[in-house]
Design a protein around this ligand. Structure first.
Ligand code: PLP
Length: 403
């Protein structure tokens, strides 16, 4: 039976997936059909509090009315014409992104990994401009930059998968937060240091100010670019519009995606003036990128998030949430900034079991490592939502340790 859009329930959806989808994902046993603000409902109408937001995508909550309105209005007016022509929302969004950050030019993409591909191209071409024949990009071990081949090569954990080889040459990694190793790895060949200011996928590990300063200094010494992958940390997640604002350094390029479209796929590579004119006609392109619907959605998102009151709320609520989490039995400590929080669990507690138990209890979180829960709630929640989530996590930890 060809399903159409009717809701068919978890078992039927699972059967379709088994037959027709590639086996690239390990999914939790839930079939979400509806979302509103911080809440999700499954096909059985069970309600969940979402402290993951599609991995920091629905940061303004699910189906935010302003984003829905922007998408609806734009999709009635014009959905696509290609990058052969000018379109207003794209130009307006580029202005907004540039003026709110590094002040150079913007290239739009459809995803995070593609935003990083653009940054990698910029880094390599910029290095060739310095006379570097074989440019190299330096990252930290445990960084995650995406799954297309360039970004993959800068993601050491995944690039080790030889079955997908050969990998793109010209990438190396040094241990996370090792300022000395980073300083030594950067040399005349270095095109860029490409890092996440807070490693997200590997478990929420902030990069130390010392390591960031070392990266900035090393890049400045050889003329390399400092690139921050803010795909997870950007768009308000850490309590400033961009995570770099709370560090002592300013990158030359930043990449963003995830929360930028409020649920609509869009990414961007944003430059400082030093890297703004590196790519020229013919160097890069994408059919869908920067299309009117996605850029209209992103403008609506930034109108909500780029607000000092909301950003202060994110910092304060994040601090409150961490304090409450750290008081729970079974929690070893927390890591992160703003509402990007990793919860380290005490030895012997299986985070995957806690995550599965929380899902049953109606709280959506994620488990990036066997000892860590990751919380990425909507930025627009209040302390009542935090109290409910922390209460559920506490009950789950108690229940599992009593077994
Ligand atoms: N960079 C970071 C820091 C990410 O967290 C992710 C996704 O999790 C990516 C890049 C890749 O983004 P996408 O999945 O949109 O390609």
């Amino acid at each position: 039976m060809s399903g159409g859009a009717e809701e068919v329930g978890l078992e039927q959806t699972r059967a379709l997936e088994e037959r027709y989808l590639m086996r690239t994902y390990k999914r939790a046993p839930v079939d979400f059909v509806r979302g509103e603000g911080p809440l999700l409902w499954d096909a059985d109408d069970k309600r969940y509090l979402d402290f993951l937001t599609g991995i920091s995508v629905c940061s303004v909550g699910h189906c935010h009315p302003d984003v829905v309105k922007a998408v609806r209005e734009q999709s009635h007016r014009l959905m696509h014409v290609s990058n052969l022509f000018y379109t207003e929302p794209m130009a307006q969004l580029a202005e907004r992104l540039s003026e709110s950050s590094l002040g150079g030019r913007v290239f739009f993409s459809n995803s995070g990994t593609e935003a990083n591909e653009c940054a990698i191209k910029i880094a390599r071409k910029h290095a060739h401009g310095r006379g570097v024949a074989e440019p190299e990009i330096v990252s930290f071990e445990n960084d995650f930059h995406g799954r297309t081949y360039g970004a993959l090569a800068a993601t050491p954990g995944l690039a080790a998968n030889e079955a997908l080889g050969p990998m793109l040459a010209g990438f190396r990694a040094v241990p996370r937060n090792d300022a000395d190793a980073l300083g030594e790895a950067v040399g005349e060949r270095t095109a860029a240091v490409l890092i996440e200011p807070i490693q997200g996928e590997s478990g929420v590990f902030p990069i130390s100010d010392e390591a960031l300063l070392a990266a900035r200094q090393a890049c400045d010494e050889v003329g390399a670019l400092l690139i921050f992958d803010e795909i997870q940390t950007g768009v308000g997640r850490t309590g400033s519009l961009w995570a770099y604002e709370q560090t002592p350094v300013r990158p030359d390029v930043l990449t963003t995606a995830k929360a930028l479209g409020g649920g609509v796929p869009i990414g961007a590579c944003v430059t400082a003036p030093v890297a703004a004119d590196v790519l020229e006609v013919g160097d890069h392109g994408s059919t869908f990128a920067g299309g009117p619907v996605a850029t209209a959605a992103a403008l609506a998102v930034l109108a909500i998030v780029d607000d000092p009151v909301l950003l202060r709320h994110v910092r304060e609520l994040g601090a409150y949430m961490r304090e409450r989490l750290e008081a729970l039995d079974g929690v070893r400590g927390t890591r992160g900034r703003g509402l990007m929080v990793g919860v380290g669990l005490e030895e012997g507690i299986d985070a995957a079991a806690v995550g599965a138990d929380l899902l049953e209890r109606g709280l959506v979180v994620n488990v990036p490592r066997p000892d860590t829960l990751r919380l990425l709630p909507p930025l627009v929640i209040d302390s009542d939502h935090v109290d409910i989530a922390v209460g559920l996590i506490g009950e789950s930890l108690l229940g599992l340790s009593a077994r």
